[in-house]
Design a protein around this ligand. Sequence first.
Ligand SMILES: CC(C)(COP(=O)(O)OP(=O)(O)OC[C@H]1O[C@@H](n2cnc3c(N)ncnc32)[C@H](O)[C@@H]1OP(=O)(O)O)[C@@H](O)C(=O)NCCC(=O)NCCS
Length: 176
Amino acid sequence: MMALLRTAQLDAGALAEVRRLLDAAFRGERFGDDDWRHALGGVHALVRNDSRLVAHGALVPRSFLHAGRPLRVGYVEAVAVHPAERRRGLGSAVMAELEDVVRREYDAGALSATEDGAALYRARGWLRWQGTAWALTPAGRIRTAEDDDAVFVLPAVAELDVTGELTCDWRTGDLW
Ligand SMILES: CC(C)(COP(=O)(O)OP(=O)(O)OC[C@H]1O[C@@H](n2cnc3c(N)ncnc32)[C@H](O)[C@@H]1OP(=O)(O)O)[C@@H](O)C(=O)NCCC(=O)NCCS
């Protein structure tokens, strides 16, 4: 069963259950506290099998710069499917739900993909950023070249030149 809920609608028990799923799903890559904070403050797509949480993805609002303009971005975070439930379409179902919100509420979608994730996003029509990735920081705009290959976008309202520059806003932890 799929549910789409705002962070404020999840009680402490439900949030702890999401965190446990993320810790189990990311294992080797480690899902840290900053990663967790990045997943809060927007909407969560949650899939339950009976009452057990088996898949999750979050969409949070961010403000990017592209082609000299601000871009209202729905940023995908913390997409995870329980290891025993993969390749059954659950990741895809979570993304379909979040993509629908991107199309209704934002100028564009964006995310930074792991290797597993990249296969899923490519299969769903997300475009890999072919230009350069940047970030706004308290010390000014910096180049984040190590993230170039991981960034994907989903055009919605805005026209995007995927060979151009994309600048994300500031936050602690991973900027992308
Ligand atoms: C990435 C992840 C969420 C995918 O979830 P999933 O439920 O297995 O994905 P789906 O079954 O919906 O896959 C849909 C399509 O995406 C592609 N795909 C998904 N995972 C893939 C993989 N590991 N390798 C190759 N293609 C993959 C395939 O085209 C797949 O369709 P198919 O199974 O008919 O070939 C899951 O592997 C996961 O939780 N990984 C660990 C956490 C993580 O890296 N999250 C992504 C953060 S960016």
